[in-house]
Design a protein around this ligand. Structure first.
Ligand code: PGA
Length: 256
């Protein structure tokens, strides 16, 4: 049984006051939770949000890290530092990192490994561009991006989650259909089987991301290979994020 994970990626949004009220609302709603709930604020606010959610079921993650533990890397943040300020998770390889900051699979593999070495759980994001889907390359692209797992052992996979985020569905209001999502997730699970075997493949969670909202979450999360959601825009307000978490709880009870 894979426990549903609903993760909010705040991206470069929310100043201190807004982030504090949002995280307070979530912590108050989820002192305990039937699904896993994760929020990923921007770096400057991690410590503050860590204090706000302490003692609740809400978990804290960062949106990025650098692979070296310390040193002369101006502007970068290490896994050690993230752990130190209270993060349990880190996102790696979000499409915005790939598109706007040129991050490629070889670098991402080092980041995934570094996150795990520092005791963080890692969400590795993969997903094809619209042109890649239209030209029939979706599977080839996803297979290539799974190279982000190049340095991860089967044992370490217990701390890795994959997020399938078709780039054409991110922030566009266009969601992948449930069939498209399920099909891509099943393909990714097959990739996990060929890399790690059935046991790892059957227990690794694969999240869907890309315009997940309160009104499409339940259908997406009810798909057999969709084990959670990575939510951008709709994670910035308590009511819409809570509605998605609640959909996760409902989907989870159906899957039992
Ligand atoms: P969105 O973003 O929900 O705003 O489409 C998802 C993501 O980029 O993680």
């Amino acid at each position: 049984m894979r426990r549903i994970l609903v993760a909010g990626n705040w991206k470069m949004n929310l100043l201190a006051d807004a982030g504090t009220s949002l995280s307070q609302a979530l912590a108050a709603k989820y002192p305990i939770a039937a699904v896993e709930v994760l929020i990923c604020p921007a770096f400057p606010y991690l410590s503050g949000v860590a204090a706000t959610i302490r003692g609740s079921a809400v978990q804290l993650g960062a949106q990025n890290l650098y692979f070296s533990p310390q040193g002369a890397f101006t502007g970068e943040v290490s896994g050690d530092m993230l752990k130190d300020v209270g993060c349990g998770w880190v996102l790696v390889g979000h499409s915005e990192r790939r598109q706007f900051f040129g991050e490629q699979d070889e670098l991402l593999a080092k980041k995934v490994a570094a996150g795990l070495q520092h005791g963080l759980k890692v969400v590795l994001c993969v997903g094809e561009l619209l042109t890649e889907r239209q030209s029939g390359q979706m599977e080839a692209v996803l297979k290539k991006q799974m190279a982000g797992l190049a340095l991860v052992s089967a044992e370490q996979m217990a701390n890795v989650v994959i997020a399938y985020e078709p780039v054409w569905a991110i922030g566009t209001g266009v969601t992948a259909s449930t069939e498209q999502a399920q099909q891509a997730h099943a393909f990714l699970r097959g990739q996990l089987t060929s890399r790690y075997g059935d046991a790892v493949s059957a227990t690794t969670r694969i999240l869907y991301g890309g315009s997940v909202k309160a009104d499409n979450a339940l259908e997406l999360l009810s798909q057999p290979d969709v084990d959670g959601a990575l939510v951008g825009g709709a994670s910035l307000k308590a009511d819409s994020f809570i509605a998605i978490v609640e959909a996760g709880i409902q989907a989870m009870s159906h899957k039992r």
